[in-house]
Design a protein around this ligand. Sequence first.
Ligand code: APR
Ligand code: ZN
Length: 369
Amino acid sequence: MKVKAAVAHSAKQPLSIEMVDLEGPKEGEVLVEIKATGVCHTDAYTLSGADPEGLFPTILGHEGAGIVVEVGSGVKSLQKGDRVIPLYVPECRHCKFCLSGKTNLCQAIRETQGKGVMPDGTSRFSLDGKMLHHYMGTSTFANYTVVPEIALAKIREDAPLEKVCLLGCGITTGIGAVINTAKVQVGDNVVVFGLGGVGLSVIQGAKLAGANMIIGVDINPNKKALGKKLGMTNFVNPKEIEGDLVPYLVNLTNGGADFSFECIGNVNIMRQALECCHKGWGTCVIVGVAGAGEEISTRPFQLVTGRTWKGTAFGGTKGRRDLPKIVDWYMEGKINIDDLITEFMPIEDINKAFELMHEGKSIRSVVIF
Ligand code: APR
Ligand code: ZN
């Protein structure tokens, strides 16, 4: 079939809107009509050419939501008409990782997903007979896409897809980092570095978990108002304080954070995030993605004296198990998605979403098909 897609022909080029060919779902695959998709930094990172795993030409996008149109042979858990969120971290429930109960990093289709193809090693997308790569196993910058069954979370029918699409990445990452990875307890003091879509969602998660102080750190003063609305108790602008940030935060929390979250992807801030943690037990969770080849450092004494460095991908979320529940939280008013959407636009304007992101003006732009 012919579908409308934003094609990334090569790095550093604007996306071009084209009618491309999409083959139907093969065994274990599902054809999904994408109704809405967020535009995320990871898409921009790959498009910039800095992603060593980036493959072109491709159809980017991994923060989508849609409706099942057709299922391939052997698909049992989904049927036509189901509402779904594609998962760049799948959940096969059979691999060593899934069965461990210790991680969300299902490895069932990791290799082919990284190569931009379906689990059978081929692509469903093409343009003028030339293969287009899938991206993160999702390729949501197209009004139809094919996704493996194990990479689709089925959600309730009444959820607005133009909102809950954002649960496919940033918002779930932030909330999950708090609930699944840190396991923040009632009364904990939390410091969040970087108040973009991810950091603001860490704030929401910390509020849900019953944290005491929720301190947001950002160099952009415009982030203060929304942070407060979502549950932030204190805002710290590193440019406005006297002295160094780490002792300032240790003092503010009366000894250090129980948990800190780095939601920027800056290795220098990752060090500050660890060092502002409480001696003896404070834990720093790395959520932001640093550039390829970058390294983190600290004095080992920071760890000897009881601080812990951890990391999380997709907030430790098992998508098929957890996303229906997070959608419920949104529908019940427990989490806020609406205020994180700064722009809606048609696919024809998708390049504007990248511009707004680079200018730091948007939190999330949502493309509606
Ligand atoms: N100190 C404090 N805040 C900073 C700094 C800094 N040195 N540098 C940037 N920031 C703030 C920005 O002002 C912005 O508010 O960090 C925030 C980052 O937000 P976004 O750019 O909107 O990013 P977001 O979508 O939240 O993702 C954050 O997670 O998924 C990854 O790749 C993504 O690494 C990125 C991170
Ligand atoms: Zn698995």
